[in-house]
Design a protein around this ligand. Structure first.
Ligand code: SAM
Ligand code: SF4
Length: 336
């Protein structure tokens, strides 16, 4: 069925959707969640069927890449039913990529099935290779379980990208160990700058902030860095380490303005469509989903209307030692 693709007011085609399928998680990473989180009542969450209809509506409107996130997507009950269903769009060619961002804790169980349904690559978050530090930063996680999960993903043929949040005073000393481990294992590696999400104290946030410009400078002491031109339409920029040939990514939402080429939108686990990670404006997609269980046209109409309001960029700013543009919602709600 031919439909006009989604183009926002700044002529950016919207081809990439990230969907959070749960706000729950089996970890409590200190930069992401409070230890005692109040999670949403189940009825607020989109059901697996609603998630399928929602993703399908976006795919009908030209979305080609779908990333499932959370919370921890692999702790959502029966999530494989959703993945199996939605993989029909890979089979038909409507979707070119179905992928996942995970903390890795459940990968040992699910990696073979994910690979079998057509997933090719996944992102796994891992900030440290030291068991005690891993336990401290995730509060509830166990490093060996995650490493086992990553190994299972590799065995299943999934390409793994490690995402490490750069945290001052926490993993500064692991910059080279992380690079070496990823190199030896054949994983890609991307560093993420910590973002002002959730209601964490301003002081703590500035304490944790390790600008990626510093990370790069540190890397230059040991490696020759070549800037790569490629852009994924997202916030990542890449360099190649000439000595090892590794490609390292940097996600710098705060020190680099990446908005001009933004091709993506996000949907929360309750069906709110956020047109920009750094802006509060959103559209309720759960209402048209639930009001019209047998007709996706009102849903597609709501999506089109929302995309016509996609803003030019975000307002995050750490300058002058103040966290400006701070967002009150947690990353686990919007989906990282
Ligand atoms: N649970 C999955 C995981 O950890 O990969 C998916 C959801 S998690 C919210 C997605 C990504 O957001 C993770 O890589 C995590 O490190 C990152 N993240 C969470 N809070 C963040 C923050 N305040 N600043 C920057 N990245 C953050
Ligand atoms: Fe859970 Fe991912 Fe947030 Fe850590 S970053 S608490 S694993 S959702």
């Amino acid at each position: 069925m031919e439909r006009a693709p989604l183009i926002d007011p700044f002529a950016r085609p919207i081809t990439y959707l990230r969907v959070s399928v749960t706000d729950r998680c089996d970890f409590r990473c200190t930069y992401c969640m409070a230890e005692h989180m109040q999670f949403l009542p189940k009825k607020e969450l989109l059901t697996l069927e609603e998630l399928d209809r929602l993703c399908t509506a976006f795919i009908d409107l030209g979305v080609r890449k779908l990333r499932i996130t959370g919370g921890e997507p692999l702790v959502r009950r029966d999530i494989m039913t959703f993945f199996k269903g939605i993989s029909r769009h890979l089979d038909s060619g409507a979707l070119s990529e179905l992928t996942l961002t995970t903390n890795g804790s459940q990968l040992a169980r699910f990696a073979p099935d994910l690979a079998a349904l057509g997933m090719r690559r996944i992102n796994v978050s891992l900030d440290t290779l030291v068991p005690e530090k891993f336990a401290a930063i995730t509060r509830w996680g166990r490093l060996d379980q995650v490493l086992e999960g990553i190994a299972a993903a590799k065995r299943a043929g999934l390409r793994v990208k490690i995402n490490a949040v750069a945290l001052k005073g926490f993993n500064e000393d692991e910059l080279f160990p992380l690079i070496e481990w990823c190199g030896a294992e054949g994983h890609d590696l991307t560093f993420i700058e910590v973002m002002p999400m959730g209601e964490m104290g301003e002081e703590m946030r500035l304490d944790q902030y390790w600008p990626l410009s510093d990370v790069r400078a540190r890397m230059r002491e040991r490696f020759t860095l070549t800037e790569l031109d490629e852009s994924t339409g997202g916030p990542a920029r890449y360099v190649r380490l000439e000595e090892t040939g590794q490609k390292i990514g940097f996600i710098t939402p705060l020190t680099h303005n990446f908005c001009e080429s933004c091709n993506r939108v996000r949907v929360t686990c309750t069906g709110e469509l956020f047109m920009c990670l750094g802006q509060e404006d959103n559209a309720d997609l759960r209402a048209p989903l639930r009001a019209h269980p047998d007709n996706n046209e009102p849903l597609r109409e709501a999506i089109r209307a929302a995309i016509s309001r996609k803003p030019k960029g975000h307002d995050f700013d750490y300058s002058r030692q103040k966290v400006a543009g701070q967002m009150s919602r947690h990353m686990s709600h919007t989906g990282g």
